[in-house]
Design a protein. Structure first.
Length: 256
């Protein structure tokens, strides 16, 4: 039986994996940014298919190979829902699906990559499955943003917050319906290993910290986009004013 070394957060393996992962899901979309729209949407559907295959095989692997409980086969964690959201977006171009994947993915999957819920490091299959799945999700999100030019607006943040709160109570209820072993969104107990949740109160009281923190993270994620849009609109506005002033001076000068 192969023995794997315990995972070391921010160890050499973790840091190298993080760098490669971030370079891939940010760099690859730039390669296809200037391709034809039909080609880019075709690549998006290809990413969606990879996501579907991973979600199915990953749950089967964890259940039948690692012998986990059947309750954990349901793809109800936030990263699972984010992955399905961006995958279906590539098929039907539904903006709400993109918005949810954008904020859930960047807010959740990025944090999961930094503080992963894995017991063993490479070359354990658990390690590679975890990072491959989260990187695939973020590749889908950034491909939509960089290659397809999709982006959320401020009103979209409000919608995602509302959808998240509704789902939060739905997942909380699902955990109790499915039984003791169900712990989706880690609402019943903390994940194993060193994660950010270790700094919060004991479940379920940690929810009173998680909700305002999640809402704040969503708006913080949107902040660079707001500044980008505001700068572009302001620059365009002042550029147009400058052109009108030049035109006014030119026409006035020629009238004399």
């Amino acid at each position: 039986m192969v023995e794997f070394k315990p995972f070391e957060i921010f160890g050499t393996d973790h840091l190298v994996t993080l760098v490669i992962t971030f370079l891939l899901f940010i760099g690859l979309p730039f390669i296809f940014k200037h391709r034809e729209e039909k080609t880019k949407w075709g690549i998006g559907i290809g990413i969606a298919c990879l996501i579907f295959v991973h979600e199915i095989t990953n749950n089967l692997y964890y259940n039948f190979t690692l012998g986990l409980n059947w309750q954990e086969m349901f793809p109800l964690h936030m990263c699972d829902l984010s992955a399905f959201a961006i995958a279906f977006y590539f098929f039907n171009k539904n903006k709400l699906l993109f918005n949810c994947a954008f904020f859930w993915g960047i807010g959740g999957a990025t944090l999961d990559l930094i503080t992963p819920d894995v017991e063993f490091g490479p070359p354990s299959p658990e390690y590679w499955q975890f990072f491959y799945g989260h990187a695939l999700l973020l590749l889908g999100v950034f491909f939509a943003v960089i290659a397809l030019g999709e982006r959320p607006y401020l009103r979209d943040v409000h919608k995602v917050v509302g959808v998240t709160l509704i789902l939060l109570f739905g997942i909380y209820l699902a955990n109790f319906i499915l039984g003791e072993e169900a712990n989706f969104w880690y609402l019943k107990r903390r994940p194993e290993g060193e994660t950010l949740l270790n700094a919060f109160p004991e479940p379920p009281f940690h929810i009173f910290v998680i909700i305002p923190l999640a809402v704040a993270i969503f708006y913080l994620i949107y902040l660079p986009i707001y500044h980008y849009l505001h700068y572009n609109i302001s620059s365009s506005y002042y550029h147009n004013i400058h052109i009108h002033i030049i035109f006014f001076h030119y026409t006035t000068y020629n009238s004399f």
